[in-house]
Design a protein around this ligand. Structure first.
Ligand code: WA2
Length: 281
C-alpha cells in the first residue's frame, strides 16, 4: 500500500542519515585524537629537548607525511604563548614581527592576505604561529589571539585541558565556513588535578587544526554510495535561536526530513545532520 511505501522510505532515509552521521563523527574523532597526539609531540620534542628537535621544516615534513591520520583537516599549526614583556625578545629571535589577523570586513579583499597584515597592536599576551603545515603556511607569524573565534578557543582550551571547537566562521584564505580545533600545550610541571588558574599559568602554546567543512564533508560523502539519492546538511545547533549551516545545499523536500545527532567531542558545542531525499516520491 501507499502507506507502507512511505514508511519504508522514511526508514531508508533514517538509516542512510544515521550512517552518514556516524561516518562523519568517527572520522572527526580519529583526527581529533591525532591532533591531540601532535600536541604531545610538540611538548616532547620542541619544549622537552634542548636544543629543540623541531623546526618549521621538520614540522612541515612530519605533518605532511602523517596527513592521512587526520581526515577532514585542512591543516595543523602551532602557536606559542608570548606575554607582552617577552614580545621584543621573541620578535628579535624569530626575525619577524607578530602580525594582527585581519578579516575582510576590516580591509579591502586585496589586502586580506597575511603577508600584508599589520603588526599586532599592544596586548597583554599574544599567540603567534611558529610552525604550520604547508597547507596553512599563510598563518605563520599571525597572532591567533587577534581573531575573535581563535582567541575564544585558545582561552577555553587552556582553561579546560580538553580539545575545543570554534563555531563555524570564515577561515583565512578560504571562501568557505570552517571550524578550528585547539589543544593547549602545558609545561610538564602541571599536576593532573590542576585548577583552571594552574592550567592557564602552565600554558606554553596551542596546537590547532582547521577544518574546511564544505570541501571535506563533500569528499567524505563522495566515498559513500547513493550520493545521488539524498541531500545532507550539517548544522552547528549550539545556539538554538539560530542554527548555522556548515555544509549543505537547498535541494530536496524538507517536508520529509530526518535529523541525526553528531558528537564532535566538545560538550559545549552541538551539531546535527539533516537529511532528505533529493526527489519526491
Ligand atoms: N588555522 C587556519 N586558518 C585559520 C585559522 C586557523 N587557526 N583561523 C582563521 N583561519 C594555531 O588554536 C591555535 C589555527 C589556530 C591554532
Amino acid at each position: 500500500t501507499n502507506e507502507e511505501i512511505i514508511m519504508k522510505r522514511r526508514e531508508t532515509l533514517a538509516n542512510m542519515c544515521d550512517e552518514r552521521a556516524r561516518v562523519l563523527q568517527d572520522q572527526f574523532n580519529v583526527s581529533l585524537n591525532h591532533v591531540h597526539a601532535l600536541s604531545i609531540l610538540v611538548s616532547t620534542f620542541h619544549h622537552g629537548k634542548i636544543p629543540s628537535a623541531i623546526d618549521q621544516r621538520t614540522f612541515e615534513e612530519y605533518t605532511e607525511r602523517t596527513n592521512f591520520e587526520r581526515p577532514l583537516t585542512s591543516g595543523v599549526a602551532y602557536a606559542l604563548k608570548v606575554p607582552h614583556s617577552e614580545r621584543e625578545k621573541f620578535e628579535k629571535e624569530h626575525g619577524w614581527a607578530i602580525k594582527k589577523m585581519e578579516t575582510e570586513d576590516q580591509t579591502v579583499v586585496q589586502d586580506c592576505v597575511p603577508e600584508n597584515f599589520d603588526p599586532a597592536p599592544i596586548q597583554d599576551e599574544y599567540a603567534p604561529v611558529i610552525f604550520a603545515q604547508e597547507t596553512v603556511s599563510h598563518i605563520v607569524s599571525v597572532d591567533m589571539m587577534s581573531g575573535e573565534e581563535d582567541r575564544e578557543n585558545i582561552l577555553r582550551a587552556r582553561a579546560s585541558g580538553k580539545g575545543v571547537l570554534t563555531s563555524p566562521f570564515k577561515l583565512l584564505k578560504s571562501n568557505h565556513l570552517g571550524v578550528v580545533l585547539t589543544f593547549a600545550v602545558y609545561d610538564t610541571s602541571l599536576p593532573p588535578d590542576a585548577t583552571e588558574e594552574q592550567r592557564v599559568e602552565a600554558t606554553i602554546g596551542y596546537l590547532g587544526a582547521s577544518y574546511d567543512m564544505p570541501s571535506l564533508v563533500e569528499k567524505l560523502l563522495h566515498q559513500l554510495a547513493s550520493k545521488q539519492t539524498i541531500a545532507v546538511d550539517v548544522y552547528d545547533t549550539t545556539n538554538t535561536s539560530g542554527l548555522i549551516k556548515m555544509y549543505g545545499s537547498e535541494i530536496g523536500d524538507i517536508s520529509e526530513q530526518h535529523i541525526s545527532s553528531l558528537d564532535f567531542g566538545d560538550p559545549s558545542r552541538n551539531h546535527e545532520m539533516h537529511c532528505r531525499f533529493k526527489h519526491k516520491l
